[in-house]
Ligand binder design. Sequence first.
Ligand code: AHR
Length: 511
Amino acid sequence: MKKTVVFYTAMAFSLAVSAQNKLVVNADQGKEIISKHIYGHFSEHLGHCIYGGYWVGEDSPIPNTRGIRNDVVNALKDIQVPNLRWPGGCFADEYHWMDGIGQRDKRPKMVNTHWGGVVEDNSFGTHEFLDLCEQLGCEPYICGNVGSGTVEEMSKWVEYITFDGESPMANLRKQNGREKPWKVKFWGVGNENWGCGGNMTADFYADQYRRYATYCRNYGDNHLYRIAGGANGGDYYWTETLMKNAAGLMQGLSLHHYTLPTNDWSNKGSATQFDEAEYFTTISKTFVMDELISKHATIMDKYDPQKRVGLMPDEWGAWYNVEPGTNPGFLFQQNTLRDAILAAINLNIFNAHADRVKMTNIAQTINVLQAVIFTEGEKMLLTPTYWTYYLYKVHQDATLLPISFSCNKYELNGRKIDAISVSASKDAAGKIHLTLVNIDPNREQVIAPELRGVTLKTVSGKVLTAAKINSYNTYEQPNTVAVKDFKGAKLTKGALSVTLPAKSVVMLELE
Ligand code: AHR
């Protein structure tokens, strides 16, 4: 009798959590490619992102190749970083690239006024950055200086890097040891020019953009993908103005949006000390990305119905208070399972908008904001967010599969959000990948995805979860939040059934 009661109770619970979860994947359809550049990263001269993060110098006892850490390069290659945005951020509009070329000990020093007022010795400059990108096998994305620079300075930077022939800048590059030009397609024309990049109005910046973009030349077969500095979150007037006045001169338009647990920049919330209510708020706020992209894309559609211009959220991620005792200008914050979930939701959103979103860059790769890697001296640590990128690399350049989806709600204190976020794609080899996030920290979710147009033979998967939503990795315990093989998916006569653990990110591979 007792056994029977237990059975019915368990069944009732299981029904309750699976009742609304419905997913149909049209596996024989799909036309949009999920650009691999959606999985891009952003690294600024800020705190210990560049110095100590990538760059230790050739004489360092930390194993390096021409001054760049080998451990970091290997870890980033494992997540297939497709592009890297540099040198900022706000730093980009104060950066004068000529200070960062030539013999290192002769390079002028400057003050990094935005980020801690520290001395920038320019030891990591253009050649070092492009060497880093070659070591990573990724495409460089360089942001030019519009705020305090000149059209001539940016134009010469493009010439220095990409011109193959006789010219003052190409000759200077050769003198500095690089005979052949590099290929650099992605160029940002300023950063946050509505704010730290010059406090410009939309109309003024649109005109500036036209000037700068004109003098960023295509040399040989290096065809530039010029990216205009885009809106701050929901500033739709900015997008409207840029599209109306300058769409013809751009290939991309950026968008910046960070997720803060609070609405208060002076007290954003702690990266680790938060309760379930704060978790709920943070996650519900991150879903705003979907609305932002939809609304900016609608404006872009008006001026660019062919969707030629890419929307590029080239700064996004979670932004919390700095860790107590650290330099407030260095933006160092811990990274928990909440961040892995937040990243996974955003990446699913970007995939869903693959028709318009052609690149994104999480801020920032190492030791800053929502980092994927921490370093401390010779030690390196992979964060929970790193593991989300590890799971999601399967979507890079795959075909987005159309889905029909509805799910249970995760409810707290009378507020409700979707309990599950999902994305589906098919890669060049015909393998189907689903990435599923169970946002609910308390209940597992059962879902039986119906895959139309294919006969499934095998399923395997990986899962990322931990004991608590604020679990994080430390140098002493680096695997508190790490990927494991997933045993919660079953194929029975071709029918798939999945049990997603509470607060987890799951990647399934189906053949
Ligand atoms: O990523 C940190 C800063 O946030 C960037 O420098 C700036 O572009 C944004 O405001």
